[in-house]
Design a protein around this ligand. Structure first.
Ligand code: HEC
Ligand code: HEC
Ligand code: HEC
Ligand code: HEC
Length: 425
């Protein structure tokens, strides 16, 4: 339903190219092909092979204002493992080279890449005809164009559709095809690299000191995440040094990420489709039995703490944690299983609400027990021993996992914002 809605909305907006990723292919190639056909989506996939055949053309060209632009799509073969729904992917570089050689009239090539951002550079280096690489796999927003080898530029999608990236390309007469100027001068990369190296050190330390398997897994995830970021940024830095960016020989490209905040009006025809999809979900939900409620839920909800800890409650109410459920409601995502865990209380714990429909009353939002642990026993005994007094960083990074929060979490800066102040009882 998500794919259907997405492609429906894309066709409404009007797009020139789209490449399926591993999340789409997990639905099965028939479902992807049917949905693509239903919404007349110009899919391109240069290296995808499903049941022995290429399900989509490798590339397509579009001519605007006398300039012919080509679009190629590739997916990183490792994302499909030994095969996903009968699909595998061949060598991306070879596929891109072939597609380029088959379309001699194209002046500018845009590569849609489902794969590690670090591999953008290799693709640009191996196929110099590529001018722009749009990475649909980046997990953090990159508000600037990123210099790649051979005069190419990398653009990255941000996570969760929270913003629209606008690449503004000005074709400069006489400039070399596929060579661009723009992006930053490397200062931003350098400062980001420094920040991520520090985070990696902290995560390494946390891994060394991890007390149990759970803490180890979490720390490992952080180490992996920041390790990847550092690697990508180091490659980027090397590419900047090796590229012709900033010398003025290329076409001009700039990237802007427009945050889709409340100050931007909803697109009524798209919203109508979202509402229709939500209605279909409701109908399906009604047809299914609600998950068994758990009478023994160990999480009692924030309201149960208010009577005895009014000061802490007053302070908490003013934090974004209190509004976390409303943030989902505002985006019509409160029933989305991909979202509810971090925007509610106790959902990581099998003794808590394990399904969005079990998140009721004051379990909605990141409540007291998200940090202090299940409170049922403590409410009964009022004993300090039955509750966590000072939640450690490991509790926070279940949700502030470096991925969903785009790497913003910083223990030293974030903790003071959630402690309840000197007036605590
Ligand atoms: C009926 C009153 C009551 C309710 C309800 C209650 N508490 Fe407490 N809480 C206490 C008392 C009393 C103490 C102090 C215990 C002590 O120092 O021995 C305490 C202490 C705490 C502490 C500090 C523990 C420590 O080691 O110093 C935390 C954290 C806490 N409560 C969280 C909660 C949370 C979360 C809830 C709701 C799930 C809650 N409390 C509900 C009475 C209550
Ligand atoms: C159950 C998940 C969860 C846990 C556990 C959690 N957070 Fe959060 N946190 C969130 C969510 C979700 C938001 C965003 C809420 C919103 O705006 O909708 C948030 C927002 C914040 C913010 C506000 C960020 C900003 O400036 O916008 C701070 C600060 C913060 N958390 C600190 C912490 C700290 C420190 C801990 C651990 C002691 C922690 N959080 C534990 C989910 C969690
Ligand atoms: C792994 C935990 C996690 C999951 C899953 C998660 N979020 Fe969040 N979300 C967070 C945290 C942490 C923040 C606060 C980030 C910060 O400001 O530092 C946040 C913030 C937000 C915010 C408010 C601030 C903002 O950045 O706009 C919205 C809205 C939001 N999330 C929506 C969603 C939606 C929709 C989903 C499901 C697609 C989702 N979240 C899934 C952890 C999560
Ligand atoms: C985002 C995590 C977080 C949330 C949510 C949270 N707390 Fe706390 N709480 C802390 C931290 C961290 C401390 C330790 C503060 C310290 O030692 O200075 C703390 C300490 C406490 C204490 C000990 C006394 C004090 O004030 O330091 C009580 C009682 C308490 N919290 C109750 C609550 C209640 C009640 C709620 C919900 C209304 C709540 N907390 C929500 C993180 C949280």
């Amino acid at each position: 339903m998500k794919l259907d809605l997405q492609l429906d909305a894309f066709s409404l907006v009007g797009i020139d190219a789209w490449t399926p990723g591993e999340g789409d292919l997990a639905l099965g190639i028939d479902a992807v092909r049917d949905t693509v056909a239903a919404h007349d989506i110009p899919a391109v996939a240069g290296n995808l092979v499903c049941d022995g055949k290429a399900p989509f053309p490798a590339a397509r060209t579009v001519t605007r204002g006398g300039v012919t632009v080509g679009f190629i799509g590739v997916i990183d073969p490792t994302l499909l493992g030994d095969g996903l729904s009968g699909c595998t992917a061949t060598d991306p570089v070879l596929a891109v080279r072939t597609a380029v050689s088959e379309h001699p009239g194209v002046v500018h090539w845009v590569l849609l890449h489902h794969g590690d951002e670090a591999d953008d550079a290799a693709l640009a280096r191996e196929v110099p005809a590529i001018g722009l690489v749009v990475n649909g796999h980046a997990r953090i927003s990159r508000p600037e164009a990123r210099p790649l080898p051979a005069g190419a530029v990398g653009l990255a999608a941000a996570s969760r559709g929270k913003s629209v990236g606008i690449a503004d390309v000005t074709f400069v007469p006489g400039a070399q095809p596929g060579v661009y100027s723009g992006g930053d001068d490397g200062a931003r990369t350098a400062s980001q690299l420094e920040r991520y190296r520090k985070r990696l050190q902290t995560a390494d330390k946390a891994l060394e000191q991890a007390a149990d398997d759970e803490a180890r897994t979490r720390a490992q995830r952080q180490v992996d995440f920041y390790g990847e970021r550092v690697k990508a940024l180091e490659e980027e830095q090397a590419a900047t040094e090796a590229s012709a960016l900033g010398t003025g020989v290329g076409h001009q490209v700039g990237l802007a990420h427009v945050q889709l905040g409340k100050d931007i009006d909803e697109h009524a025809p798209t919203m109508a489709k979202v509402e229709a999809a939500l209605e279909r979900i409701s109908a399906l939900e009604a047809a299914h039995e609600a998950p068994a409620t758990r009478p023994g839920l160990a999480y009692v909800g924030t309201d149960a703490c208010l009577g005895c800890h009014a000061d802490q409650h007053a302070q908490w109410t003013a934090t974004p944690h209190a509004r976390a459920w409303n943030s989902l409601v505002a985006e019509h995502r409160e029933r989305d299983r991909a979202c509810f865990q971090c925007h509610s209380t106790g959902a990581f714990d099998p003794a808590g609400p394990t399904h969005p429909m079990l998140v009721t009353g004051s379990l909605q939002g990141v409540g007291c027990e998200s940090c202090h642990g299940a409170g049922k026993t403590h409410v009964a005994t009022q004993a300090a021993a039955d509750i966590v007094r000072d939640p450690p960083q490991a509790t926070c990074v279940q949700c502030h996992d470096g991925e969903q929060d785009e790497g913003r979490f910083d223990w030293d800066a974030y903790r003071p914002k959630v402690v309840h102040g000197a007036s605590g009882d």
